[in-house]
Design a binder for this molecule. Structure first.
Ligand SMILES: [Zn+2]
Length: 418
């Protein structure tokens, strides 16, 4: 571990609260950035100072002080890829698969993504909000302070808009920050069977302009895969999305190499996600265009995949790696970041430092939020978690517990372990 010595900036005069006697992994620049016997000051919603205890002023006056008793502070987790809004359950499919059923068997029995689409279409907005806000509460208790949420279980205009409206309500009602993505091109709705170009036309001509008019998403995602949409269809969606001013991102190279990554990177995508089948050429395009690689080991694990993403390419080409839960009811019912960190290390071979950078600063980069989220640095949002662990690596190493003490979001205590 490298211990970073931070030059002590002058102590600001507008500090509201202090967190003292802590150890910190700032995750600035994607490294642990460890500081011991340190303190962190918050002014309003922002971190305003970080430094050693012995650089504190002699008296802190009326500043509220929390003594961290040598516990660790890390940035709050930034979960940059979720499908958190849905209705229904797919646990029965899990049992069917364990009993030997194939995907075709499950689809014939009315299962798969379309069972989620049917249940999500049938649920009213309040019911979806109720289900999703409980998931957000679970995420909070796991130290996740920023959440990306995709639509994509409607596959018709009304339900897609309903899902995005729920995401907007979550942003207002929950302490976490929410980043909302339109994923109308997630799967081909049965009504359009054999006519995928017609569905893409509907996404481009009707859905995207309406989502833009309502101002309820900032990014547009597509599932580019042989079971979903082609590279050419992806390009059509992205061209319209960019013309309307959306950021773009892609589900790419999960089950085969469609070379969607190269297209997305060249069009300026924030991230390409999954990437098990990524080619060296695709990785080079990501490096050339600053695209973040979002790794989703939960889906890899639940689908019992065997091909892992080319982590060596990402390291050699200095492509930032993020990790995310991919929370969804079909392939990744994973409600916390610690299991994902563990899987990223054990299944994909990330170091603990890489995995933690993936769940913090690189997750923020994947959402274009790295100027305000993902690391402990003066000027950034005061989003952090106090952990009762011996070392940051414990967050990757331990399973079955979440040794969290406090979650602070925007300078406010959002959760305290009972
Ligand atoms: Zn996904």
């Amino acid at each position: 571990m490298i211990i970073t010595s931070h030059s002590s900036n002058p102590f600001p005069d507008n500090v509201d609260q202090m967190f003292t006697h802590c150890r910190m992994a700032t995750m600035a620049k994607g490294n642990y950035g460890i500081m011991k016997n340190a303190a962190l000051a918050v002014s309003g919603k922002k971190i305003s100072w970080i430094g050693p205890m012995d650089a504190l002023p002699e008296t802190l006056g009326t500043i509220k002080v929390t003594d961290c008793r040598n516990q660790w502070i890390l940035p709050g987790f930034v979960d940059c890829h979720t499908h958190l809004i849905w209705a229904g359950s797919r646990a029965d499919e899990f049992e069917m698969r364990l009993a030997g059923a194939s995907y075709a068997d499950i689809a014939r029995a009315g299962g798969g993504i379309f069972s989620t689409v049917t249940a999500t279409r049938a649920a009213d907005e309040d019911m979806l909000f109720d289900l999703a806000s409980r998931r957000m509460a679970r995420f909070l208790r796991q130290g996740i302070t920023t959440v990306e949420i995709k639509s994509g279980y409607g596959l018709d205009l009304d339900t897609e808009l309903k899902m995005l409206a729920v995401a907007g309500r979550l942003q207002k009602a929950c302490p976490q920050d929410v980043s909302t993505t339109f994923l109308g091109a997630h799967a081909l709705p049965p009504k359009f069977a054999g006519r995928s170009d017609d569905y893409i036309k509907e996404v481009v001509r009707i859905m995207l302009p309406e989502v833009k008019d309502q101002g309820i998403a900032t990014a547009v995602d597509v599932f580019c895969e042989n079971i979903a949409f082609s590279r050419d269809q992806t390009r059509q969606v992205f061209e319209k999305a960019l013309a309307l001013g959306f950021a773009i991102k892609l589900h790419a190279e999960q089950l085969s190499d469609s070379n969607g990554t190269a297209l997305a990177a060249q069009m300026g995508a924030l991230s390409c996600d999954h990437l098990e089948y990524l080619s060296l050429d695709g990785a080079r395009k990501m490096a050339d265009h600053g695209t973040v690689a979002v790794l989703l080991p939960g889906a890899f694990y639940y689908l019992r995949e065997t091909r892992i993403p080319p982590v060596e390419y990402f390291r050699n080409l200095r492509i930032p790696m993020a990790v995310a839960t991919d929370l969804n009811p079909g392939s990744s019912p994973v409600f916390g970041m610690m299991p994902v960190l563990n899987m990223a290390c054990l299944l994909f071979g990330l170091t603990c430092e890489e995995a933690l950078a993936g769940a913090t600063i690189n997750g923020a980069r994947a959402l274009n939020l790295a100027d305000c989220k993902g690391s402990l640095e003066p000027g950034k949002d005061a989003d952090f978690v106090i952990w009762d662990v011996d070392t940051p690596a414990d967050l990757c190493y331990l399973t079955g517990i979440t040794p969290l003490q406090n979650v602070v979001i925007g300078g406010k205590t959002a959760y305290v372990m009972a």
